[in-house]
Design a protein around this ligand. Structure first.
Ligand code: NDP
Length: 469
């Protein structure tokens, strides 16, 4: 049993001001795997006060001091990477290979990227008579979700640290373990007291206390659209900067010259990674109408290859995070059936042979873009395939969404594929694969604002001062 009953405030592990605890459930077994303390506004006050006290010194620290700290964190992170991955598997159900691989690896990648960016980042530039100075914004409240728990914590904590900000992290109740280990890593690496603080608990309590706090200068949030909107409203009275990374319903456009079976297989397998709980997942697969049947056959066969089960075994997909998330996904699958979408693979209920744990069948539907399952973010292993007539139609369908986070284009002719990528109203487009820690990440439209990752992630945490004359 794991225990996250103390908070990390002012360089120390402290008890909550008001004792209250909640069970953490292992989604693979439905058994209690540990306990967290649920903090209160008093704990937030203590953490914010510590961050405020630390801000003056940390905001004036040298780049060398901050690089030294990031490298010290890197050494401890590398040593505890396996443990971090195991924690992710236990808290949110990702297969161990994913937890210890890409999930924990993303944290290491953001750390290395923060170091690389900080080594050459220009905090000052002279433009004519004006010296433009970039200064840390202040005390930051960082509110994160459970789906890629380490990714979302580290993509906020390390740029905030590197730019000279101090912070209070509120990790997700459902996935508190990896954040707890990260706090231990920050402590062991010698992070000065008050620079990094962490309070666990309910979003409606801890998150709200941060968003409305007079002494918090900025909130960086990743999670659902309704909570992003609520945070923006809560932060308005104290005129905070609010960075939002919200949901998506990203289109994956397979062009006519692409190898159909291969690309459909990649898109289907990609959708099932992390049990579909990825904000930038390519959850709408767009294929030429004349090749729809070929695409459906390829998707069916790809789903058959997705092994689902105990995340400690050699499987492609573990459970989804919680009973509530399982029920939401089941509702969407039922809605798809009720709306008359064609079920290509999967469907309602647990996969055969799995009687406990929040397991979902890898599911594929064929439908049109007006179906609810094509319009709303399901956040589970459910892919919809939509036929298009020509490139203009494909672009129109892809852009016919309230979201604008990611996009994917597969095609042999690179110029055509890039031309399609340029027409997508989204914050990122992956053309024939690829991955880059320095590529800015964030959304258009209801997918949010601001950009994380790489150098752009630094700008989130900086104010700009003009010194003229
Ligand atoms: P939420 O948006 O509810 O939670 C994200 C974080 O915000 C959690 O730490 C949560 O706390 C906190 N929070 C909740 N309410 C408030 C509030 N009023 N003020 C401040 N912080 C708050 O996402 P869920 O985890 O419930 O997931 C629901 C849906 O959100 C998913 O189905 C998916 O569609 C979307 N989502 C999108 C993600 C993305 O990466 N874009 C990531 C995760 C979810 P608590 O610990 O109490 O939940």
């Amino acid at each position: 049993m794991r225990s996250c009953t103390q908070f990390y405030i002012d360089g120390q592990w402290v008890d909550p001001a008001i004792p209250a605890t909640a069970d953490v459930i292992n989604p693979a077994t439905e058994a209690v795997s540990g306990t967290i303390s649920l903090g209160s506004a008093q704990d937030v006050d203590a953490a914010v006060a510590a961050a405020r006290r630390a801000f003056d010194a940390w905001s004036h620290s040298s780049v060398k001091d901050r690089l030294d700290l990031l490298r010290a964190i890197q050494a401890v992170y590398a040593r505890r990477m396996q443990e971090l991955g195991e924690a992710v598997t236990e808290e949110m159900g990702a297969p161990l290979s994913l937890g210890c691989g890409f999930q924990a690896g993303l944290g290491a990648g953001h750390l290395q990227t923060a170091i690389e960016v900080l080594e050459t980042f220009r905090f000052e530039e002279q433009k004519g008579p004006t010296l433009i100075v970039r200064e840390p914004i202040g005390v930051c409240g960082l509110i994160t979700p459970w789906n890629w728990p380490l990714n979302q914590v580290t993509v906020k904590v390390f740029p905030a640290l590197a730019t000279g900000c101090t912070m209070v992290l509120k990790p997700p109740q459902l996935a508190p373990y990896s954040a707890q280990i990260l706090a231990e890593i920050m402590h062991e690496a010698g992070t000065p007291a008050g620079v990094f603080n962490m309070v666990q608990g309910q979003g409606s309590v801890i998150g709200t206390a941060l968003s409305t706090h007079r002494d918090v200068d900025m909130i960086s949030f990743t999670g659902s659209e309704p909570v992003g909107i609520q945070i923006t409203k809560d932060a308005a009275d104290t005129v905070k900067r609010v960075g939002l990374e919200l949901g998506g319903k990203s289109a994956w456009v397979i062009l006519d010259d692409a190898a159909m079976a291969e690309n459909v297989a990649a898109a289907t397998a990609g959708m099932m990674v992390n049990a579909g709980q990825t904000c930038s997942a390519g959850s709408r697969l767009l294929v030429p109408r004349a090749r729809l049947n070929e695409a459906l056959a390829a998707a069916r066969s790809a789903c058959e290859g997705v092994t689902v089960g105990d995340p400690h075994a050699d499987v492609a997909m573990g459970p989804v995070v919680s009973k509530a998330q399982w029920a939401i996904i089941q509702d969407y699958i039922q809605k798809g059936l009720d709306e008359g979408a064609t079920l290509v693979a999967g469907g309602p209920g647990r996969p055969e042979g799995l009687t406990r744990g929040f397991y979902v069948k890898p599911t594929v539907f064929a439908c049109t873009n007006d179906a609810v399952i094509a319009r709303e973010e399901i956040f589970g292993p459910v892919l919809v395939i939509i036929a298009y007539d020509d490139i203009d139609d494909a672009v129109a369908i892809a852009n016919d969404s309230v979201f604008g986070l990611g996009g994917y284009v597969s095609g042999q002719d690179r110029d055509t594929a890039i031309a399609v990528a340029r027409r997508l109203r989204t914050g990122a487009v992956w053309v024939n694969g690829g991955f880059d820690f320095h590529a800015p990440f964030g959304g258009y439209k209801h997918s949010g604002n601001g950009r994380e990752w790489g150098e752009h992630g630094f700008h989130e945490y900086l104010e700009i001062k003009s010194i003229v004359g």
